[in-house]
Design a protein. Structure first.
Length: 287
């Protein structure tokens, strides 16, 4: 009640932080917290609803995966949708509150892409015309890092940035929250690039293994002169594709130079590729 008191002009950050601490401490903290917050967000008093939305976003930042899992269920998402829907509270909810709720749901589609129910809920709002276009998130918007995060996430491995982020998020100054938002965005961008590199590496190594296996089988038949014209075309196409994979592996190796395990995988794939290409040239030339 204190954290969402409509008579308080600004956010009561001390109460909000204590609320987050209680959510984390209680076994069913996320479940009970979201029931309370849904009730407050649906309040006919604009300030109370806006304060509750700030508490909600702060919980998303501070209360971890248990909270994220609970908020991503239709049980809670439907309570937010009621604030926007003209069939429920949308007819008397203020435009400011509806705008904030839309921003909150949209921001979750960005930061929690793996949560299918959030994506479905937002798309339903757009399909029904309740949300006409994606909102532009303000600079001082409190945005969480994505969760669950991959192993060796920058949020865990870069201790200096993580400590700075934690300090900024605990602050009650708007400029610190703006700085936290910018830092989160830069860290997420770095995280996404790291994930993209891993994805490119896994895909390339898998393709090398598959192509080399197929080439070995076709080359064995080629040695026995048991290869049909169609299979000869396939073998030549595989050779050309493997040739194109070589520069890709070199690029991936330069990206992974700081990661010994990843570099070893790439070099092993490169050796396989070189062996297969050498065998192709030797066998085809001898024929």
């Amino acid at each position: 009640d204190k954290a969402t008191d409509p008579s308080t002009p600004g956010e009561n950050w001390e109460c909000i932080q204590r609320f987050c601490d209680q959510v984390n401490a209680a076994t069913e903290g996320p479940l009970f917290a979201l029931r309370l917050l849904a009730h407050k967000i649906q309040s006919p008093q604009e300030e109370e609803a806006l304060h509750a939305l700030t508490v909600l976003e702060t919980c998303v930042n501070n209360c971890g995966e248990r909270f994220h899992s609970e908020m991503a269920k239709f049980r809670f998402l439907n309570e937010l949708i009621k604030v926007l829907s003209p069939k429920y509270y949308g007819i008397w909810s203020s435009e400011k509150v509806k705008s904030r709720v839309t921003e909150v749901i949209f921001s979750w589609t960005v930061w929690f892409p793996q949560e299918v129910k959030i994506q479905d809920a937002y798309q339903m709002l757009k399909k029904q015309g309740i949300v006409k276009e994606d909102p532009k998130l303000p600079e001082d918007k409190i945005l969480p890092p994505p969760s669950p995060r991959p192993q060796n996430s920058i949020f865990d491995t870069d201790e200096e940035k993580s400590k700075l982020l934690a300090r900024l998020l605990r602050s009650s100054h708007p400029e610190d929250l703006q700085a936290a938002n910018r830092l989160i965005q830069s860290m997420v961008k770095e995280e996404q690039e790291k994930s993209a590199q891993v994805s490119r590496r896994v895909k390339a190594i898998s393709e090398v293994s598959e192509n080399v296996k197929c080439m070995d089988e076709l080359l064995e038949n080629y040695r026995r002169q048991e290869l049909s014209p169609a299979d000869q075309d396939t073998l030549q196409a595989l050779f050309q594709r493997c040739e194109k994979l070589r520069p890709l592996l070199f690029r991936l190796a330069s990206e992974a130079v700081a990661d010994e395990e990843a570099l070893a995988e790439i070099l092993q794939a490169s050796d396989k590729l070189s062996r297969a290409l050498g065998q192709y040239r030797q066998v085809v030339a001898s024929q």
